[in-house]
Design a binder for this molecule. Structure first.
Ligand code: UGA
Length: 435
């Protein structure tokens, strides 16, 4: 199939490369010239395992190209819109400017029979509004809403072999045709029995935000239990293991720690709440405000633990292991690790931070921190070591060897990912969250 992908960020770049990998002819379009130049030369503009390989092979096959020229979309029959919907500067809602601009420009190049597919995470009601614009501007073109569930760090795998496909389409023949075309786009996943849910626009939009709201709630639930564990001497990790054995609950996404961040969960729960309030249903999602608060309280808790360990934050030497919002990513958007590092620096601690992939992006955002190329370099003469992103490079550290480098053997495990006994046996004061 001939496909265009509008927006070549985390979502769009991976989608474009993966669709070409599956055999489609794809053009990726973005207004950012630097990004397009990098992608055209086969380089990923961000760290994502597996992406450089599919980019290189798809470009070499001649099936994938990138351009800043929107007119290139005219050659395609299926158009995916994958631009960002960040949080607005002055509130909780999603900023819809990029989605609206992408559709307006795309419609100048679309033709009757084309299927325009929204992938961006949007407030429920957006697709119905855009469908009217599509029908009035290019009669005979159809809008579908096909939310994306990929996880950063596993984005290529999640795109090529998703765990489910959701198509929001209009009722009637045009919608049935759009669903058939999407089945062709995802033919390899459909052939292996991937569940396909064909539904209306509103349900498709809601599937996306409710999935992220559920995941955020699950994490904040266990972090709330961590708060109670801290007050009672219980161990939240054992608690999670024990309740996780109940298949109805499940152990995944029950890791207590410094909480969730990134470009999705935090802004998505806020935008979802904002949309519910607009709909007069704010009460239904009031719990998401608590989910957000529990999550942010964990960051402050880490700062408190550091203070307890060093006494006075001013002048204390803090080694920060991790800056990305999670391992296998260089993404620092709303990263708990970077947030805590900045709070400590604000309190005049001397913070030396390291991360296998996020150093460059962090240095751009937080020049007040000192950066080190490795854990060994970061911990030198530290009064306390704080682990906030569970990269294998950090979880595999040898407490005895690292102990030789620090000024004081004190570690705060902000992801509950270390073996407390091993660290304590090596003479460390170990503090986890909720244990
Ligand atoms: C999330 C969803 O998991 C994807 O399904 C969704 O497609 C994506 O948002 C999106 O909307 O685009 P992602 O942001 O890549 O994916 O990251 P997650 O793996 O969900 O992790 C989010 C945050 O939660 C991270 O900071 C992670 O450290 C934290 N987390 C995760 C916990 O604190 N505890 C856990 O048990 C799991």
């Amino acid at each position: 199939m001939r496909i265009s992908v509008i927006g070549c960020g985390y979502l769009g770049a991976v989608h474009a490369a993966s669709m070409a990998h599956l055999g489609h002819e794809v053009v990726g379009i973005d207004v950012d010239e630097r990004k397009i130049a990098l992608l055209s030369s086969g380089q990923a503009p961000f760290f994502e395992p597996g992406l450089p390989d599919v980019l290189a092979s798809s470009i070499a096959s001649g099936r994938l190209r990138f351009t800043t020229d929107f007119a290139a979309a005219a050659d395609a029959d299926v158009h995916f819109v994958a631009v960002g919907t960040p949080q607005v500067a002055d509130g909780d809602a999603a900023d819809m400017r990029y989605v609206d601009a992408a559709f307006s420009t795309l419609l100048k190049h679309a033709k009757p029979g084309d299927v325009l597919v929204g992938k961006s995470t949007v407030p429920v009601g957006t697709a119905a509004r855009l469908a009217e614009q599509v029908e009035s501007t290019v009669p005979g073109a159809t809008l579908a809403w096909n939310p994306e569930f990929l996880r950063e760090g596993f984005a290529v795998k999640d795109t090529i072999a998703p765990d489910r496909l959701v198509y929001g389409v209009p009722a009637g023949e045009a919608g049935e045709r759009a669903a058939r075309i999407l089945d062709e786009v995802y033919a390899s996943a459909v052939a292996t029995g991937t569940p396909v849910i064909v539904t209306d626009y509103a349900t498709a939009e809601l599937v996306k935000v409710s999935a992220n709201a559920f995941l955020a709630t699950k994490i904040s639930f266990i972090n709330a239990m961590a708060e109670i564990a801290e007050a009672t001497g219980a161990d939240v990790t054992q608690l999670a293991d024990a309740i996780g054995h109940d298949a109805r609950i499940g152990r995944r996404f029950l890791n207590a720690g410094v909480g969730f961040g990134g470009g999705c969960l935090p802004k998505d729960i806020r935008a979802f709440s904002a949309r519910a309030r607009e709909l007069g249903k704010g009460e239904a999602l009031a719990f998401l405000t608590e989910v957000d608060k529990i999550n942010l309280r964990r960051r402050e808790r880490v700062v408190e633990l550091v203070r307890e360990e060093v006494g006075d934050l001013e002048g204390a030497r803090v080694a920060m292991l991790g800056l990305a919002f999670k391992p296998h990513s260089d993404d620092i958007r709303d990263s708990p690790a970077l947030d805590v590092a900045m709070r400590l620096a604000e309190a005049r601690a001397v913070v030396t931070a390291t991360d296998p992939e996020a150093l460059e992006s962090a240095a751009g955002k937080a020049p007040q921190l000192t950066y080190a190329a490795s854990a060994e370099e970061a911990v030198r003469d530290a009064d306390v070591v704080v682990l906030l992103t569970e990269w294998p490079q950090f979880t595999g550290l040898d407490p005895a060897a690292i102990g030789e480098l620090v000024a004081r053997r004190s570690i705060i495990d902000g992801r509950n990912c270390l073996d407390p006994a091993a660290w304590r046996d090596a003479g460390w004061t170990y503090r986890g969250l909720g244990r």
